[in-house]
Design a protein around this ligand. Structure first.
Ligand code: M6R
Length: 608
């Protein structure tokens, strides 16, 4: 995700900011920028590309003198990576500068309002709205202007703000995006993450939601959104710099698993408006949605598994036939795309060669393509006719977790939108589903909190040779992803099977003690799933079951049970995958594998 660093103190700000931003490089970014008050005005320098470009542009910060500044590394969300879209953003007079992490959900109506008041925008970002809004409410008191803006914006934000008229202070603000401030004898610091300032101080304050900090060179004041002053206690950071990069987690994969509740919220909430689903970026009228007679979902690896879930969900909810294809097959099999066929490609990186080729193939056949993509400005995002972004932020571990979870959410939203428009989803069912969707982040959090139990179980299987994952319907789709998570990072052979298919061959591989992970979250298929468990147990398998709370009958057929909270039958994948991710992770950790960088694998597969 984007990085923020700010400094006010006795030293030159620019080198401190550059050093701090370099400590956040692991988070991924596509452009960088800084604002420094030079004694007369706020000077801004920014550029697309690596931080090195900004360093060269400013001669390591030497061309930006001044001891007060804010800096930013941007991971594009609103607007492609470009100099204009990079942060900081100014007001028209260049007297207010803002850096921002997060997403302003109501930026479009706010932007229209500011345009109607004569404000001119030079970027496509949601952040620029903040710079103009602060300017609009600023009547000499920065705190008053900032809190007025906080009352009016919706979404998530961590902000660094400076005012040319108040060159002895900078401001830090936060809601639903991480931000800390720190202090040493030489000055005060803002950072979106601890590693950025660990070189300078270990004394930090964690900013809570809707709090504002006024930083001066030698002290800080904390306020509520209603401008009431509050006191806060500092925390001493004990981690070393390496651990701090991972926010204290042992691996990026674990950190990213823990980010899933936020990822789900970020992908979901901008698209739920007034108890309805609004997917502006879909670029389809209701008429066009009604005219779809088939959907092709094309992707690779985990994104393909998300697509398989999508097939069950879209067919079930919207009653549109869906075909799912592995991109490397689709592109060479001369697919039959008839009129009324919609093509959806799914990709975290947006650079997967086969998926990109499948997109181009579809376009050549005269079909529009919707991309479900995580990386803004990536090749697939640029070439797709319409893009629905998953707001998972940068994913560093090769094994995907949070991006996959975000892809599922995008597919649920599409299914519900299509079901609604096509008259297949009544009001009550729709609203119940919306409520279930909103509950998912808290439910995922609960499952993650149960990690120790799964870790203990995983430790028993460090020596396993073969593991089978079975399920029916959506549970088969979950099994595919659970199996991939285990094998790609632990190097233990595993396979996913449609549970009913086992006895057509694979069951002969079951030996005494073979682990079979059975997913049984679909009430309509529960009894059938139970029989499949009994079949393998009778042949010596040890059965790990994942099922819904209350399905205690399963204990008759399984040796170990993980219960997931109740949700709509179409959304169970978002919950059942959490213990399976944790299982794969802890087996790999127990075996001493390089979890974040498994052998032979790359995060982005840009070759065929
Ligand atoms: O970047 P993409 O989503 O297009 O990548 C597709 C696959 O390579 C990817 O999902 C891969 O299977 C995962 N990294 C596995 O965890």
């Amino acid at each position: 995700m984007c990085g923020i660093v700010g400094y006010i103190g006795k030293h030159a700000a620019a080198p401190v900011i550059l050093e701090g931003l370099s400590r956040l490089e692991y988070r991924g970014y596509d452009s960088a920028g800084m604002a420094v008050f030079d004694g007369e005005k706020i000077q801004i320098k920014k550029s697309v590309g690596r931080l090195k470009v900004l360093e060269e542009l400013t001669h390591g910060g030497a061309t930006m003198p001044g001891s007060i500044g804010i800096g930013h590394t941007r991971w594009a969300t609103h607007g492609a990576p470009s100099d204009a879209n990079s942060h900081p953003h100014y007001n028209a007079e260049e007297t207010i500068a803002v850096v921002h992490n997060g997403i302003i959900e109501n930026y479009l109506p706010l932007k229209e309002k500011m345009i109607s008041k004569g404000y001119r925008f030079v970027s496509d970002t949601d952040t620029e709205v903040l710079a103009h809004l602060i300017d609009y409410y600023y009547k000499g008191n920065p705190l008053e202007a900032i809190t007025k803006v906080m009352h009016r914006v919706q979404g998530s934000y961590a902000l660094g703000i400076m005012f040319a008229e108040h060159p002895d202070q900078i401001f830090a603000v936060r809601k639903d995006s991480p931000l800390i401030v720190g202090q040493n004898e030489e000055g005060c610091f803002i950072a979106s993450d601890v590693p950025a300032i660990l070189k300078y101080t270990r004394k930090v304050y964690f900013i809570e939601n809707q709090e504002v900090v006024r930083l001066r060179a030698d002290h800080m004041h904390f306020y509520t959104v209603d401008e009431e002053e509050i006191t806060k206690e500092p925390v001493t950071i004990e981690w070393d710099a390496n651990a701090a990069e991972k926010g204290g987690y042992e691996h990026f994969m674990l950190k990213e698993m823990y980010e899933q509740p936020k990822t789900v919220t970020d992908t979901l909430s901008p698209r739920i408006k007034d108890q309805d689903i609004v997917i502006e970026e879909l670029g389809m009228s209701d008429e066009e949605i009604r005219a779809i007679n088939k959907i092709f979902i094309v992707a690779c690896g985990s994104a393909y598994h998300a697509g398989v879930t999508g097939k069950y969900v879209i067919e079930g909810i919207a009653r549109i036939p869906v075909e799912v294809d592995v991109a490397s097959e689709f592109r060479y099999r001369d697919p039959i795309l008839e009129e009324g066929t919609m093509v959806v490609v799914i990709s975290q990186s947006g650079e997967t060669a086969d998926t990109l080729a499948a997109l181009r193939e579809s376009q050549q056949l005269g079909h529009k393509v919707l991309g479900i993509v995580n990386v803004v400005g990536s090749s697939i995002a640029r070439e797709a006719d319409n893009v629905m972004y998953t707001w998972a932020g940068p994913e560093i571990a090769v094994a995907t977790t949070k991006a996959y979870s975000a892809q599922l959410i995008a597919l649920y939203l599409l299914a519900m939108k299509f079901g609604r428009v096509r008259g297949k989803l009544g009001d009550t069912a729709f609203h119940n589903m919306l409520e279930d969707l909103k509950r998912l982040p808290a439910q995922i959090e609960m499952l993650l909190a149960n990690k120790q139990r799964i870790q203990r179980f995983a430790n028993r299987y460090i020596g396993a040779k073969d593991v089978f994952f079975i399920g029916r319907g959506i549970d088969y789709a979950i099994s595919m992803e659970g199996s991939l998570k285990l094998k790609e990072i632990s190097y233990i052979h595993s396979e996913a099977y449609a549970a009913g298919e086992l006895k057509h061959g694979t069951i002969s591989l079951i030996e005494e003690g073979t682990l079979v992970a059975a997913v049984a979250t679909q009430d309509g298929l529960f009894k059938k799933a139970l029989s499949n468990m009994v079949e393998v147990k009778a042949r010596g398998a040890f059965v790990l079951a994942v099922t819904n709370e209350g399905n205690t009958d399963i204990e008759k057929a399984a040796d170990y049970v993980i219960y997931i909270p109740r949700t709509n039958q179409y959304f169970t994948n978002s919950l059942a995958i959490i213990p399976l991710q944790l299982f794969g992770y802890y087996v790999a950790v127990g075996k001493g594998c390089d979890v974040d960088k498994p052998r032979n694998l790359a995060k982005s597969v840009t070759v065929e």
